[in-house]
Design a protein around this ligand. Structure first.
Ligand SMILES: [Zn+2]
Length: 273
């Protein structure tokens, strides 16, 4: 009898611990949680590369999920401030779209607006107005509707491969080009393909940007390094089910970093460099 009571207490203790851990995850109180910055490219149906697109239906489902679960969609200023202060406010998320595809205007914009969300659009200056890409007028309208425009270079090269002189042109001139075309200041930069190194980070800082975003989660940088803000790729395989929940819960990058670090240790190299 005594043994049975002891066993019941043991089980109750286990259940209590399990519930506490689960609640902690849900409430985001574990350290290491980050503000998820979601990265999209195309929002379009059809045969685009899987990793580069979500269908408008899935994008709508994902935005509905954020709205129904009372996520606060924040801008880059707040992400930077939170990073500098080592804070990860509960249920905050940022939405970014790269490359300036025309479907960002025709498909993503109406869906974002149906939920009252603002996003960040990273523009490749020399691609603007070309077939399949937004025009300056469309980008200006995004800005007027409260969305934020950032630079994604002039021609979208892999910056680590072109030498510092050409990289400087891509980083400096894209800022100037977009600022002149739109008549607004450009404060944020995004490295194409996520490739960057410390010299490029310094160059982005010198060019007058406030912060920069990368793509893949690699080895952890300093917690306050706002020139290497990591993002989470969302594609059609991460629909509005548990995979999307896992991406916006705030622990996804931590898990990915852990995995990337293990791989890099095994391979003896660093990604994202
Ligand atoms: Zn890109």
């Amino acid at each position: 009898m005594k043994l049975r009571r002891l066993f019941a207490r043991f089980v109750a203790a286990i259940v209590l611990v399990a519930v506490s851990v689960f609640a902690s995850v849900l409430l985001g109180v574990f350290p290491g949680k980050t503000i998820p910055v979601l990265m999209y490219h195309h929002v379009v149906a059809g045969d685009k590369l899987e990793a580069m697109k979500v269908t408008p239906e899935n994008f709508q489902l994902q935005m509905n999920y954020l709205k129904q679960h009372h996520y606060r969609v924040i801008g880059p200023d707040e992400v930077v401030a939170a990073k500098k202060n080592h804070r990860s406010p509960y249920k905050n998320v940022m939405i970014t779209l790269d490359d300036g595809f025309e479907d960002n205007y025709t498909s993503a914009l109406p869906i974002l607006e149906s939920c009252g969300f603002k996003a960040m659009f990273f523009i490749v200056a020399d691609w603007v107005g070309k077939p399949g890409f937004m025009s300056w007028d469309q980008i200006l309208e995004l800005e007027r509707r409260g969305h934020i425009i950032g630079s994604h270079t002039v021609t979208h090269p892999m910056l680590t491969e072109i030498g510092l002189q050409k990289a400087k042109h891509e980083i400096y001139n894209s800022k100037q080009w977009i600022e002149t075309a739109l008549g607004i200041p450009v404060h944020f930069f995004c490295y194409p393909t996520g490739r960057f190194n410390e010299s490029l980070e310094e160059m982005v800082r010198q060019a007058g940007y406030d912060a920069a975003f990368v793509t893949a989660p690699g080895r952890a940088h300093s917690n306050s390094d706002v020139f290497a803000l990591k993002r989470i790729r969302v594609s059609d395989s991460s629909d509005a089910g548990w995979k999307f929940w896992w991406r916006v819960a705030g622990y996804y990058l931590l898990a990915r970093e852990h995995k990337a670090n293990r791989m890099q240790d095994a391979l003896g190299c660093r990604a994202n460099q």
